[in-house]
Ligand binder design. Structure first.
Ligand code: TNX
Length: 539
């Protein structure tokens, strides 16, 4: 053979070797949170460039709700991908929504081949969660909106579906008020972890945060305060609807809470007629200047503002017909602007309401929620009352209450303060937060099982899901929300999504490190837990 031919063959071989060099690692090594059910590796990769098309199959309109977020995500990376028609073409990303498939609710099958990505599900949320998985299969630069020529996805298959139907976070907008923009940012960040409910704690002693047209002083007076005596604020019904719609676009259902009969001082300082004669803790009481707020009529029975963080001093008048008219109006207006199935009635820490008054009160409030076509949620104390089987008790403190709810045929939402409370400090050096329940480091937030908590054992069917509440007595702005929420919320999200048998701290602590890099690109102010090697290998 001539020398030049040998050279040619060698250079061809070298070139082809180079062309085949893997652009991606095996799919099973990607740091996906929450961990998917099964991942099967394959060789090669799918290239996303401008020649790729998105194709919708089956129930196309619903599938589009999940495909559009993928299209937007790629557009932000400089890749404008058009919609196409032919699912059998090459270089396509197919979204197939077909209720007849054998895939559980909210689940998906994701198959990535060299010339095709096929996402299948029986509902739009399943397809959307597949998109969140795809996001985590893409390089972290996707979080920085950096323009690129192409992106690679590793070949392989993922079959995935959630363990629990309700995977939530709660944000207390009553102790400190947070703007619509802040709430949307929280929605953006939690939706990446397949969280599907955001519970908004819309009223408490310090502030009333939702416009109720039939009781206008709630916002004119009751909203104008927060912990520390700041201005507070509220959402108009239009703003609330905007939050609900924004969340729905990310497959998150808003669960609104009006806390009662305790935690109601912001109603009692708006309307003295609701006040049975409670006393606001003197040290942190602040007079309401009605004249300043443009209200001419005096109200001798109305309470002052509560600017402190003490709980348990307030109650509605459980004997007064006006109270139930008030609740009826509030729930009616709230139900009208809440498409989700649940209204949360609080019910916690009603220390100045006698149990014999509390029980019929909760039953009446539950009946009002039912009358307006919604299901009732309440903190675990509500289990003292006769609950409907559709009502849900949110277990935060007392296992005995959770058991009482289950014995009545209700489900529980699991939010033990010692594991899931995002306002608990990480350790004694944490600058914000409380520690009355525990210090909660990242591994404490991760290493537990809703079915086997300390001495408690619940049956799987009794548990609706898991929620992580962020109370805001000490949390005053978005940076602080992010600091308390990340990285613990992803730990709770994995508990809610991934069956206990499929998860381990060893694996989670490595995967979460890669998410730290993503949060840095997104400008998320997260807690760099010393339990994690944040500089570890990342994708
Ligand atoms: C207990 S949790 C409360 C809230 C506080 C929280 C602070 C619950 C149902 N009640 O009123 O904000 O502790 O961690």
């Amino acid at each position: 053979m001539k020398k030049s031919n040998i050279l040619l063959i060698w250079s061809l071989a070298f070139a082809s070797l180079f062309a085949c060099a893997p652009k991606t690692e095996p799919m099973s090594t990607y740091p996906i949170i929450p961990a998917p059910m099964t991942i099967t590796d394959a060789s090669g990769h799918f290239t996303i460039n401008k020649d790729v098309q998105i194709v919708l199959v089956g129930e196309k309109d619903a599938a589009a709700k999940a495909a559009e977020p993928l299209r937007l995500m790629l557009a932000q990376a400089g890749l404008e991908i058009p919609f196409g028609e032919d699912p059998n073409a090459q270089d396509v990303i197919v979204f197939e929504l077909n209720p007849g498939l054998d895939i559980p609710a909210e689940g998906y099958q994701l198959d990535i081949e060299k010339r095709k990505v096929h996402i299948k599900g029986t509902d739009a949320s399943g397809l959307y969660f597949a998109v969140q998985t795809i996001r985590q299969l893409l390089p972290e630069s996707i979080e920085g909106n950096t323009a690129v020529e192409k992106l690679y996805l590793p070949a392989g298959s993922i079959q995935d579906n959630p363990e629990y139907a309700y995977r939530g976070m709660m944000l207390d907008v009553a102790r400190h008020f947070f703007s619509v923009e802040d709430v949307k940012r929280v929605i953006d960040l939690i939706s990446k972890y397949k969280i599907n409910h955001l519970h908004l704690h819309l009223s408490d002693d310090q502030g009333w945060r939702i416009e109720i047209k039939s009781w206008p002083l709630l916002t004119r007076i009751g909203s104008q305060n927060e912990v520390g005596g700041g201005q507070g604020g509220f959402y108009t019904q239009e703003q609330y609807k905007d939050i609900v719609a924004y969340a729905a676009g990310k497959f998150i259902t808003i669960v609104p809470e009006i806390d009662m009969p305790g935690h109601t001082n912001s109603a009692l300082n708006s309307y003295g007629i609701l006040n049975p004669g409670i006393t606001v803790p003197e040290k942190t009481a602040k007079p309401v200047d009605r004249g300043d707020l443009g209200i001419t009529e005096p109200d001798d029975k109305a309470t002052p503002y509560h600017t402190g963080i003490e709980v348990g001093f307030s109650t509605l008048d459980t004997d007064s017909p006006t109270t139930y008219q008030f609740i009826d109006d509030v729930i009616r207006e709230l139900a009208e602007i809440t498409p989700g199935p649940y209204i949360h009635i609080g019910g916690d820490e009603s220390h100045v309401t006698a149990l014999e008054d509390y029980i019929p009160f909760i039953e009446k409030a539950q009946a009002i929620v039912t009358k307006y076509g919604k299901k009732t949620m309440g903190w675990d104390e509500v289990a003292h009352a006769k609950l409907l089987p559709t009502s849900v008790a949110q277990f935060w403190a007392k296992g005995q209450n959770a058991r009482m709810a289950i014995e009545q045929g209700s489900q529980i939402l699991v939010s033990p303060a010692v594991r899931t409370y995002l306002d608990m400090q990480y350790d004694s050096t944490t600058q914000i937060g409380l520690h009355w329940a525990a210090y909660i480091e990242l591994d404490d937030a991760y290493n537990w099982d809703p079915l086997a908590m300390d001495s408690l054992a619940f049956e799987r069917k009794s548990i609706l899901g898991v929620e992580a509440p962020l109370w805001s007595e000490t949390v005053t702005n978005l940076e602080e929300i992010e600091f308390m929420t990340f990285p613990r919320l992803p730990a709770i999200a994995e508990i809610a999504w991934t069956p206990t048998a499929n998860r381990s701290w060893e694996s989670f602590s490595k995967r979460i490190a890669a998410h730290g890099k993503r949060w840095e690109l997104m400008g998320v102010n997260y807690y760099k837990s010393p339990r994690v090697n944040w500089d570890g290998e990342a994708k």
